[in-house]
Design a protein around this ligand. Structure first.
Ligand SMILES: *Cc1c(COP(=O)(O)O)cnc(C)c1O
Length: 236
């Protein structure tokens, strides 16, 4: 059953957990953005969450993103920002841009970035890109190797219609949130290295890391964006 009260309770718990993690890390909760990942949610539940004040929404699959963005756009009210957080094939770029997406968390090749740049130029847009890094070295996962991320970041600097705003990673497949800590720490070190070496400019400041089960660890390690799905929509 989707009830706004149930969603409100979930949202409150997630926000409290984010605030508690910020407290432990002596960080300002305003420096952590929650992207609500809608892949398991109904349009009614998404709408109710938006009404509760959440305006950053994320999807990992192109078709779901298209459908949901269209259904939400048809409803009057708050404007939302959609984030593409999943692996993106080049032949789907146009569809995602047509759906209004301007933020991409999972760029993992120069060709993908170049094509996003070309499309953005044609549409008169400037897109925010994050590089997905495979910090846990799990072979089945998407993302560039840690050692290749710096090169990709340097190449992105020459593309005028995209800007590199951050790095993204996923923890290893595990129920234990602590299993993610080394990957999250590695991503933060990687961004620190880039800053030190003058790569990426001032807009490179986001770490998109942490999901429902490991967002607290991610915040302790410096996440500025957490991507939360099941903890928000469970039971809805
Ligand atoms: C599904 C998904 C999430 C959210 O996962 P939950 O465990 O439901 O919070 C975050 N990031 C990506 C890339 C995802 O695919």
């Amino acid at each position: 059953m989707t009830t706004p009260q149930h969603l409100a309770g979930n949202l409150l718990r997630v926000r409290e957990s984010i605030a508690a993690a910020c407290g432990r890390a002596r960080r300002d909760p305003r420096d952590v953005t929650m992207v609500a990942v809608t892949k398991t949610a109904s349009v009614e539940a998404i709408r109710a969450l938006v009404d509760l004040g959440v305006d950053d929404l994320g999807e990992s699959r192109v078709q779901q993103l298209q459908e949901r963005a269209a259904e939400l756009a048809a409803l009057p009210g708050r404007a939302v920002r959609w984030h593409m957080i999943g692996h993106l094939q080049r032949n789907k770029i146009k569809a995602v841009l047509d759906a209004g997406v301007e933020s991409f968390h999972s760029v993992d090749s120069l060709r993908l970035a170049e094509e996003l740049n070309e499309r953005a130029e044609r549409m008169g847009k400037r897109l925010s890109l994050m590089i997905q890094v495979n910090c846990s070295r799990e072979p089945q996962k998407f993302g560039v190797a840690v050692g290749a991320a710096t090169f990709l970041a340097e190449m992105l600097a020459s593309l005028k219609h995209v800007r590199l705003t951050g790095l993204m990673t996923m923890g290893p497949l595990s129920d234990d949130p602590e299993a993610s800590r080394p990957s999250f720490a590695r991503l933060r070190e990687l961004m620190d290295d880039m800053h030190r070496d003058g790569i990426g400019g001032p807009e490179l400041r986001h770490l998109s890391m942490g999901m429902s089960h490991d967002h607290a660890v991610a915040i302790e390690e410096g996440a500025t964006i957490v991507r939360i799905g099941s903890a928000l929509f469970a039971g809805c």
